[in-house]
Each structure stands twice: as C-alpha cells, then as structure tokens.
Ligand binder design. Structure first.
Ligand code: KG4
Ligand code: ZN
Length: 343
C-alpha cells in the first residue's frame, strides 16, 4: 500500500492557505507542501479583520496558492486521493470561497471531497506532528476561539470549557488597541510586558476558583480600559505596566482553569496523557511556560506543535481529511454548505 495524498484548503479567517499532506499506511503523517498567505497587512489599518476585504483577498490568492502547493509537492491533481476544504466555523465569505474552490477541484478531478471543521483541524494536528494517540486534551487559544477539548477520536470530541464572552486572542487584540499598540495585539502586548511591572495593577481573574472549566475575558478588558483612563495620558512605562499586569492576570486565570482540567483528565486517562496547545496565543512565552510547568506538576506531556502549525494553515485541514479517508468515512456531497457557526 502506498501513502495517501490529500490536498487541503483553508480560508476561514485572514489566512489563505493550501497544502499537500501524505499519510502512510501505519498512520504517520508528513507535510509535503504548505503555503500560507497572511492578510495582516490588508487588515492592520482597521485594527482587526474586515470580512469583506478578507473574502476578496481569498478570491485573488487561492487559485495561485493551490497551484503553488501542488507544484512544491511535485504532484498533479491526478496524484491526489482527496480534497479537504474548511467548511466552518469562520467568516462566511472566506468559507464560501474555499469550499466552492475545493468542490470545483474535486468535481473536475473526480476526487472525494471532505468538508472539514476548522476546529477539528486544530484538534488533530498533534497526530500529524507528534503521532499522539487518543485521548488527549487540547487547549485552543486563538483570535476566534478559546476551548478546552478532550480529543477522544476522529470526530469524537468533548468540549470541557469555552469562553463565555471574548476569545483570548481577542482580549489581547482589544487591550492592544485601547493602549495604542499595533494589530495583531498579542505580540505587541507580550513585547511591552517584558519591561513592565506586573504587580502595579490588580486586574480581575475571572472565574478563578469555579468548578466549571469555562473562561471569561471581557471583564478583564473593561478593567484595563478603566485603569488606562484613570492615568491618561499614558507614558510608555504605563503601557508596559498595564501589559505586564494584564498578562499576569491572564496567566493566573488560565493556570487555575487548565489546572482543574488536567486534574479531571488525569482521573480518566490511561496510557500516555498529553496536553496539546494550538492557536496564535500559543506563541506567548509566559503562557507556554506556565502550561509547561502545570503539565510537569500533573505528570502530563506538554505538546506544542511548531508555531506555523499552531496558527491557521491548510496542512491541518488536509490532515483532518487524511484521517477521515483512512477510516473510510463517507466523503461530503457537493451540496455541502459552509457554516459560519459550527461547534
Ligand atoms: O490562530 P491565529 O493566528 O488566528 C486566528 O485567530 O484564527 O491567532 C491569532 C491571535 C490574535 O488574536 C493574536 O493577537 C494572538 O493570536 N497572538 C498572541 C501572540 N501572538 C499571536 N497572543 C498573545 N501573545 C502572543 N505572542
Ligand atoms: Zn484557527
């Protein structure tokens, strides 16, 4: 038996991406090609992603990226076993562009189509990069999502916690915006925090101590706004102190929530327990360090895929398709619709 080859397409937010992934009969995966075009430059003037601009940019870029992914892999559409495209959740305009393109290619080349849930892509990435066995715990922290999920199998997920208001990346982005820092806010806040006093402001730590595993960040953002207004105009040192205090509040909150999650997970998991982190916020060193320490404390392996695979990419979508193909799961019909919301 030879390796299967899957073409993946991702257009759910502000990254246009295409990739080819191979899956060997023994279940190991390999990224054959992976191209991503970020639209950050197009959106930065607006301090966030503008859906209309994103959709148009996907239309302009996707054809070329698919060709580039195939060329870099040294294969043609005829060599590919299946096409996988993100069908949701995300911005509907971008999803339409990606899914329609995936359908057109699948139809023209006579290949099966898999309409992939973007979150499933994030959830299964660690099996591609680290060959993880089920079940493992995943923390997804991005601009659009904050979820703690027990990954039990392909298509078998148990959501243990989610945000009841803002996503974690969104909290970083909004905090940066109100402090006059550039978009995307996460890297800017982290950099400013390096020279700040994390104990100057006592920001709230939402839901800390509660038994349920949800997250909440909007109150924190409000507290940052009030603190900034109270001492305006802000000096560079004030901004650094606010960023450091904000990041400390976030880290402590996550530590409480994830610590509880790990304790619950340890009670049920046999085999080799692991926590996987995914999403753009996984780039944050303070958060990574805290998670690493927490995992050591609970006797759980900490897995952080390379950043290019933590943020949005098409290799994870192709891999989710590869896992479905390997299990002989039914492909999706060409009538499959994009879903902006899809838990
Ligand atoms: O996964 P991602 O690239 O895109 C989606 O949200 O789909 O995540 C982007 C988010 C942004 O909110 C950005 O501010 C945040 O990840 N982020 C960070 C850092 N780098 C990116 N947040 C905190 N610290 C960072 N170093
Ligand atoms: Zn994502």
């Amino acid at each position: 038996m030879r390796d299967s080859l899957i073409l993946g397409i991702e257009t759910s937010c502000d990254e246009t991406a295409a990739a080819v992934v191979a899956r060997a009969p023994d279940g190991t995966g390999r990224i054959v090609s992976d191209v991503v075009l970020s639209q950050i430059a197009e959106h930065s003037a607006y301090g966030g992603v503008v859906p209309e601009i994103a959709a148009r940019a996907h239309v302009d870029a996707l054809d070329g990226l698919v060709k580039a992914a195939l060329a870099q892999a040294g294969v043609t559409l005829g060599d590919v076993d299946a096409v996988a495209a993100t069908a949701g959740p995300g911005l509907i305009g971008g999803l339409l562009v990606g899914l329609m393109t995936g359908k057109a290619i699948a139809r023209a080349a006579g290949k099966p189509l898999y309409a992939i849930n973007h979150l499933e892509g994030h959830a299964l990435t660690a099996r591609l990069t680290d060959g993880l066995a089920f079940p493992y715990l995943m923390l997804l922290v991005s601009g659009g999502h904050t979820q703690l999920v027990l990954v039990k199998g392909v298509g078998d997920y148990e959501r243990w916690g989610t945000t009841i208001d803002d996503a974690l990346g969104e909290a970083f982005d909004k905090t940066a915006k109100l402090l006059g820092l550039p978009y995307p806010g996460g890297p800017a806040v982290e950099a400013a925090a390096l020279t700040g006093d994390a104990d100057r402001f006592a920001f709230p730590r939402p839901l800390v101590g509660e038994a349920r595993l949800d997250f909440s960040f909007s109150g924190l953002k409000t507290a940052v706004r009030q603190a900034a207004q109270a001492i305006a105009p802000l000096s560079d040192q004030d901004v650094a102190d606010i960023c450091a205090s904000f990041q400390k509040a976030i880290t402590r909150t996550l530590k409480d929530r994830i610590g509880r999650g790990l304790a619950r997970y340890r009670q049920l998991s046999q085999g080799a327990p692991a926590l996987v982190v995914a999403g753009g916020v996984a780039a944050n060193k303070a958060i990574r360090q805290m998670l690493q320490g927490l995992c050591t404390e609970h006797g759980v392996r900490f897995v952080a895929p390379p950043m290019s695979l933590c943020t949005d990419n098409a290799a994870m979508i192709a891999w989710a398709g590869a896992e479905r193909l390997a299990l002989d799961l039914a492909p999706d019909p060409l009538s499959a619709s994009p879903r902006s919301r899809w838990p």
